[in-house]
Design a protein around this ligand. Structure first.
Ligand code: 13P
Length: 252
């Protein structure tokens, strides 16, 4: 990827963490970005759904987008406890993560469900951040590319563009473990996903491919320098502004 590289995106996934009081971290993050530390990437936070509106309002004009962590595949209806993409968009959010491995595991989400959720996101004009990634057993069995290739093929809908779809490669065994693949292993998977998207979409070169799994200030620069890595999906290290700013520093 040369001069035409997509603008990177660093998104923080708070998962089921954070309270109203945690929005102090958003103030610190906004201040850090404003104080000359503005990175050459898009910045996003994805808090639990009940915090979306308060976070959006708290951010004000700061250059931080807000995304949700999941949406229902239907636009509205009798689905107690679920959140529609339309409501997420109505709150001022611009994106939604779909198919995170924790949802695939905890809620039995299949590729077909993830694809339907991405379509729902697009009907609401949200960007869908589609997560894929192999388990440790799958990697050990030499099946990482096969698994990821199948997930991308089956979870990414036809007709999407680089403007409304982001792929996040999150090896399950690297999430929350402090372990990361080598730069070579990440590069192999990302270039494989890139080729797959280029085969399928005319703007496949422009899709943002995020890496996620134990990204921290100490390893961000190295991981973000890998070819075809266009940003990060960050869990634990997005909860504290200081850590998240340390990761964003990879793009200054
Ligand atoms: P950690 O950064 O905590 O490993 O989580 C990664 C992740 O799952 C982000 O969606």
């Amino acid at each position: 990827m040369q001069a035409q590289d997509p603008r990177p995106l660093v998104a923080g996934n708070w998962k089921m963490n954070g309270l109203l009081s945690s929005l102090e971290e958003v103030d610190k993050l906004a201040a850090g970005i404003a104080n000359g530390a503005r990175p050459a990437c898009d910045v996003m936070l994805c808090p639990p759904a009940p915090l979306l509106l308060a976070m959006r309002e708290r951010i004000g004009e700061a250059a931080i987008a807000v995304g949700a962590q999941d949406c229902h595949m239907q636009d509205s209806g009798a689905h107690t406890g679920d959140v529609s993409a339309a409501l997420i968009a109505d709150l001022g959010c611009t994106a939604v993560i779909v198919g995170h491995s924790e949802r695939r595991t905890d809620h039995g989400e299949t590729d077909a469900m993830v694809l339907a959720k991405a379509l729902s996101a697009h009907r609401a004009e949200l960007t869908a951040i589609v997560c894929v990634g192999e388990t440790e057993a799958e990697r050990d069995a030499g099946k990482a590319l096969e698994i990821v290739g199948h997930q991308v093929a089956s979870s990414v809908p036809d007709g999407v563009t680089a403007a409304n779809l982001v792929v996040a490669y999150e090896p399950v065994w690297a999430i929350g473990t402090g372990r990361t693949p080598t730069a070579e292993e990440i590069g192999e998977v990302h270039s494989f996903i890139r080729r797959q998207l280029m085969d399928r979409f005319s703007d496949g070169e422009q899709f943002r491919l995020l890496y996620g799994g134990s990204v921290k200030p100490a390893n961000a620069a190295e991981l973000m320098a890998v070819s075809n890595v266009d940003g990060a999906l960050v869990g634990g290290a997005s909860l504290k502004a200081e850590d998240f700013l340390g990761i964003l520093a990879a793009y200054r």
